[in-house]
Design a protein around this ligand. Structure first.
Ligand SMILES: [Zn+2]
Length: 96
């Protein structure tokens, strides 16, 4: 089971409703059980982070650097989460 970050859990909770669990699982590249667990607020099994980060676009890594987002022009912690989510949503519209 993939381990996911707090950031991703928050995103999943925020996007749930707009998307169903299966779509969220696809978007975040996690098992649907993981999505269910996040939404139920259950603790996740301990597993090393590497399992998740292998081969997955990294939307959870923050450099801690504040800068101007090249896409939306806002001063944000890079990379810009808002633009990442927009990308995911656009991508998702194309797929579904
Ligand atoms: Zn942005």
């Amino acid at each position: 089971m993939a381990r996911i970050s707090e950031k991703m859990k928050n995103e999943i909770r925020q996007l749930y409703g707009q998307y169903n669990k299966r779509q969220l699982a696809t978007m975040f590249n996690v098992n649907i059980k993981t999505v269910r667990r996040v939404l139920n607020g259950k603790p996740e099994p301990k597993k090393k982070e590497q399992d998740y980060y292998d081969g997955v676009p990294d939307i959870t890594h923050w450099t801690g650097r504040i800068g101007k987002c090249p896409e939306c022009g806002c001063m944000v912690y890079l990379p810009c989460l808002a633009c990442k989510i927009r990308q995911i949503q656009c991508h998702n519209k194309g797929v579904i």
